[in-house]
Design a protein around this ligand. Structure first.
Ligand code: ATP
Ligand code: MG
Length: 486
């Protein structure tokens, strides 16, 4: 172990927010050892702005709770951790970990329960990449380096501690972390990792909880390097493990959205990572709508059912939280409304809570060459910049244009042009309406049957599929449509 001078590594207290110093100081004052560890130290050395700071200590979670009282909450089962609030920030405080005493692992060697406290040396050995193992004590101005980690950071090398295969078997999520760090930091993946990485290795991700995979996918999608990451997900066979029904192909829409997201993050703007999921799942959604259409299901029903199906299928890989699922479906549903709005609804639509996201999505589609938006992305973009009077005029123009378009359609029922309504015509119309109503009723009930049949036909999942072990998915399995990727 080497003790490095913090200043020599480019680290100083002035680079740290008060929250992490508060945590380190409180633990030290209570007689415990406390360090900043992980990504925060790594990123500061690289001159980057750390996303957050993690602390590590020899105090157990119960002792941490004693130090911080109501500011502290203990979380986690597999890894028990303390979340400590300091001002408006929340800092994750972990206890030094030893190797698991009784191996609580799955058949493939994945660690399931892991709460044995240990020494700093043991804690170091449990970490994933060398670059994430520097322990920084800011008040003493020292950095503990157990494995030439500082050298690896400087030479941009992404190296796993220990045997790469064993480390991936223990925790397949480390594969996602490899790609995330390689893309984010522009580091080179160590040859020992490349040597063992193959399709079977990547397939171990099926064993990981879809909740955890969702969290990891969020981190990947919101780190500002999507353009670099997406091809890597394909190249390293990870795409199919994370995205149930999305073809491993970067479509113009995905490419455009990736660029846009990266740019927003670089400019310090906020992003909603469910938005990127809406982009990724757009193609499967369209295909599923087409499937229901071909079965004769009416438009609105086809869209609603397609949205449900696609998200349920995606839940076999990553479980998107309910609120994010709702967001995604609303963004999709907004598309049709924005492409052919009723003139009297335009103002209301522009004030809708999902307008912004729906509009951004529409514009991305249009900019990536999707002509089915009929230029409405541009239309809405201009519309938003108008003053109130101009808006009224724009709506009137739009209404006129719509009427013109409608007139162009040779429509025998274009009743606006019937100058006189005769009694017989009224009766005929009433009869026609009644007939239409009956037909619609019959069609609806047929459609319900069609949807149920379609779902039934395409399901069928083998009993050994890991998804059967998951409670939430198990409950909803009747609706999940399993395709060839399973
Ligand atoms: P960032 O926060 O910038 O995404 P990070 O390295 O801080 O990167 P975290 O997920 O915050 O990543 O984890 C904090 C530290 O915990 C890591 O630096 C690493 O040392 C350790 N760690 C996290 N996940 C794992 C894992 N799956 N296996 C081993 N060690 C891990
Ligand atoms: Mg971190």
């Amino acid at each position: 172990m080497q003790t490095l001078r913090a200043s020599k590594c480019g680290l100083s207290i002035s680079l740290l927010p008060p929250s992490i110093l508060d945590i380190i100081d409180s633990l030290t004052k209570a007689g415990y050892d406390a360090y900043i560890v992980g990504g925060g130290v790594r990123d500061l050395i690289l001159g980057e702005n750390p996303k957050d700071f993690d602390a590590v200590t020899n105090a157990t979670p119960a002792q941490i709770k004693q130090v911080f009282g109501r500011r502290c909450r203990i979380i986690g089962r597999r890894f028990e951790l303390a979340h400590v609030h300091s001002g408006r920030e929340m800092i994750e405080v972990a206890t030094f970990r030893a190797p698991p005493k009784k191996a609580v692992t799955s058949v493939t060697g994945m660690v399931l329960r892991d709460n044995n406290w240990g020494t700093i040396e043991q804690d170091f050995a449990r970490r994933d990449f060398s670059i994430n193992t520097l322990y920084y004590q800011p008040r003493k101005g020292v950095v503990l380096d157990f494995c030439d980690a500082y050298k690896d950071i400087k030479s941009k090398k992404l190296r796993l501690l220990g045997d790469a295969k064993q480390r991936f078997d223990e925790d397949p999520v480390r594969m996602l972390r490899t790609l995330r760090f390689a893309a984010k930091l522009n580091f080179n993946i160590d040859q020992a990792i490349l040597d063992i990485w193959n399709v079977e290795c990547a397939a171990q991700l099926r064993e990981v909880s879809p909740h955890r995979l969702y969290d990891e996918s969020q981190k990947m999608f919101s780190m500002g390097k999507l353009e670099k990451l997406l091809p890597m997900l394909i190249q390293f066979n990870i795409w199919k493990q994370v995205l149930a029904d999305v073809k491993p192909e970067i479509t113009p829409l995905i490419q455009r959205a990736a660029q846009n997201t990266d740019q927003r993050i670089a400019q310090g703007k906020s992003i909603n990572s469910a938005f990127f999921y809406a982009v990724l799942l757009w193609q499967p959604y369209l295909e599923r709508i087409e499937f229901y259409r071909s079965k004769g299901v009416i438009e609105a029903e086809a869209r609603a059912q397609a949205g449900i199906d696609v998200l349920k299928r995606q839940a076999t890989c990553t479980i998107i939280p309910r609120f994010a699922e709702t967001f995604i479906r609303e963004v999709w549903e907004m598309q049709i409304r924005l492409i052919s709005p009723k003139p009297q609804h335009i103002v209301q639509l522009a004030n809708h809570a999902r307008f912004r996201a729906g509009f951004d999505f529409l514009l991305l589609r249009e900019q990536s060459g999707d002509q089915s938006t009929q230029g409405m992305g541009q239309w809405w973009e201009s519309f938003q910049e108008l003053g109130n009077d101009q808006k009224e005029k724009a709506i009137a123009d739009y209404r006129r244009q719509q009427q013109k378009n409608r007139r162009k359609v040779p429509d025998e029922q274009n009743e606006a042009f019937v100058p006189l309504v005769l009694e017989t015509q009224v009766n005929t119309r009433a009869a026609r309406r009644a007939k239409q109503k009956n037909e619609a009723r019959a069609q609806k009930s047929n459609q319900q049957k069609t949807v149920a049949n379609a779902v039934e036909q395409t399901s069928g999942v083998t009993s050994d599929h890991p998804i059967l072990k998951r409670r939430r998915v198990q409950r909803d399995l009747s609706h999940v449509v399993f395709g060839p990727t399973q």
